[in-house]
Write a protein that binds this ligand. Structure first.
Ligand SMILES: *[C@@H]1O[C@H](CO)[C@@H](O)[C@H](O)[C@H]1NC(C)=O
Ligand SMILES: *[C@@H]1O[C@H](CO)[C@@H](O)[C@H](O)[C@H]1NC(C)=O
Ligand SMILES: *[C@@H]1O[C@H](CO)[C@@H](O)[C@H](O)[C@H]1NC(C)=O
Length: 342
């Protein structure tokens, strides 16, 4: 029987529009990055950047705080579900899961991490090179679990999702002095792009063939940044958005190059910039009431430990808010950006 099957890269971009799924195409989702895609790795390391307490996870199954920086699921959970896999992608360091779970999806991401080693140092989180080391260990475990041949097939056919970069700018470059004294903003972007390139080359050598490289959001519209712009009526910080767009252009260039250079690879860029900008400019079109401040606490600066259960200002219905805490989208926004990309 003819199976109406569309390629995975189209699926990523037009997921719901087409309403089709190709279950056999992607046997596993393998994730690298920062808090946008961390499902709880930071719970297992000594860092203050955590979210494994209420009200995080308030709208997750069982109201559980898992370490996801949201009230519910994060984008990779929705991607996994849309590919007919599990509705969640578990964290590699989470003791609740083992290789039988990770065989169809795993995230090595760590909140606060970035392309730059100096970024992960700021809050002592897992640097990108170490995410890759974990991935290598995962390969060994997967081969032991599935057998060499099946494991190799899974590793080749899997979708590799990378989502990071915001922290390199906001937590590191614009906050700490070191990188700013070494590089101007354009040079720093190129420095990050070289790291992204090397990372994808390493993944390729290890067998990866399908890679989704995540672009930056309109960083200047994160509530935390808008709060610092209070003299200007909490508008989005234009300068940060400009940086995000410039970086996304460079990422796009990298994607084109890698597809030419590496035989058999397919790299796509998942750019959440325009859809997120549109949502923050016209929240009511998407059923939201509020985009400038977040649900948690006053919505102006709280995240991590500052976003706690007893804060009397926390909103009752997170679905009315674009942002859950001052840096991270609500589950509803996460679902939207997966389902209406670009
Ligand atoms: C993984 O965990 C499940 C449930 O806890 C257990 O039944 C299974 O044997 C474990 N698998 C491996 C390969 O350790
Ligand atoms: C980051 O640190 C790792 C481990 O020390 C090192 O191997 C790697 O070269 C560093 N990356 C960059 C871009 O400096
Ligand atoms: C699986 O991949 C590894 C690493 O590329 C390779 O050494 C091994 O021969 C492969 N095994 C099979 C059965 O394809």
């Amino acid at each position: 029987m003819a199976n109406l099957c569309i390629p995975w890269f189209l699926l990523l971009q037009f997921l719901i529009l087409l309403g089709l799924e190709c279950e056999a195409e992607v046997p596993a989702i393998i994730v690298f990055g920062d808090s946008s895609v961390d499902a709880g790795n930071n719970n297992q390391i000594p860092t203050i950047l955590r979210s494994d307490f209420e009200p995080y996870g308030r709208d997750y199954v069982g109201g559980q705080p898992t370490g996801r920086f949201s009230n519910g699921r994060i984008p990779t959970d929705f991607i996994s579900e849309a590919f007919g896999l599990r509705p969640i992608v578990p964290a590699y360091l989470d003791p609740m899961y083992n290789i039988s779970d990770f065989a169809i999806g795993v995230t090595f991401a760590s909140a606060g991490s970035g392309y730059d080693n100096a970024t992960s140092d700021v809050l002592s989180v897992i640097p990108l090179w170490k995410e890759l080391e974990y991935y290598k260990t995962y390969q060994t475990k997967l081969r032991a679990y599935l057998g060499d041949q099946k494991a190799n097939e899974t590793l080749t056919e899997a979708l590799y999702v990378m989502s990071m970069g915001t922290n390199d700018f906001l937590e590191n470059y614009y906050t700490m002095n070191e990188r700013r004294s070494q590089y101007n903003i354009d040079q720093y972007q190129s420095f990050l792009i070289r790291i992204a390139r090397n990372f994808i080359m390493s993944l390729y050598k290890l067998g990866a063939r399908k890679v989704s490289l995540g672009g930056l959001p309109p960083m200047g519209c994160l509530p935390l940044e808008r709060t610092t712009n209070f003299q200007d009526g909490n508008k989005c910080m234009k300068s940060y958005n400009t940086v995000a767009m410039a970086f996304n252009d460079k990422l796009n260039g990298l994607v084109v190059e890698l597809n030419e250079e590496l035989p058999g690879i397919k790299v796509v860029m998942s750019n959440p910039y325009y859809i997120l900008l549109q949502i923050t400019k016209k929240p009511s079109l998407y059923g939201f009431d509020e985009a400038a401040v977040a649900c948690c606490g006053t919505g102006m600066f709280e995240m991590g430990y500052a976003c706690d259960r007893i804060n009397p200002f926390t909103c009752t219905d997170a679905n009315k808010f674009v942002f859950w805490d001052s840096f991270h989208p609500t589950e509803k926004t996460n679902q939207l950006i997966v389902h209406i990309k670009n």
